[in-house]
Design a protein around this ligand. Structure first.
Ligand code: FES
Length: 106
């Protein structure tokens, strides 16, 4: 398991970007749940941590693609295109232990 950050670093109903060795991650807290995914949009690498969090859906700041953080599925493609227009977002299995957030690698 790989430590990502402390739970208290992530605002409730908010998200942060965490840069680890060779991995840039998006960490989001939605009520009691914690989600970790790649931070880069699968369209043209918009930084999703600068986008909008709407429940468990993140909206890319560049062209508005939307991803479900629970499984990385595409809810809406860029500029309102169909979800099939872009690949899904990579998500990670998360464990929270004693206030620390871990992911299962890779
Ligand atoms: S880079 Fe994210 S929608 Fe284009």
């Amino acid at each position: 398991m790989l430590r990502v950050c402390s739970l208290k670093e992530v605002p409730e109903d908010g998200m942060i970007r965490v840069d680890l060795k060779g991995k840039e991650l998006l960490v989001a807290r939605v009520r009691e749940r914690v989600y970790v995914s790649d931070v880069w949009c699968t369209h043209e690498e918009g930084d999703l941590s600068l986008g909008l969090l709407e429940g468990d859906i993140v909206k890319c700041p560049l062209h508005g693609a939307r991803f479900r953080l629970a499984d990385g599925s595409v809810v809406e493609g860029p500029e309102g295109e169909s979800p099939e227009a872009i690949p899904r977002l990579k998500t990670y299995k998360v464990q929270v232990q004693e206030g620390e957030i871990y992911i299962e690698e890779p």
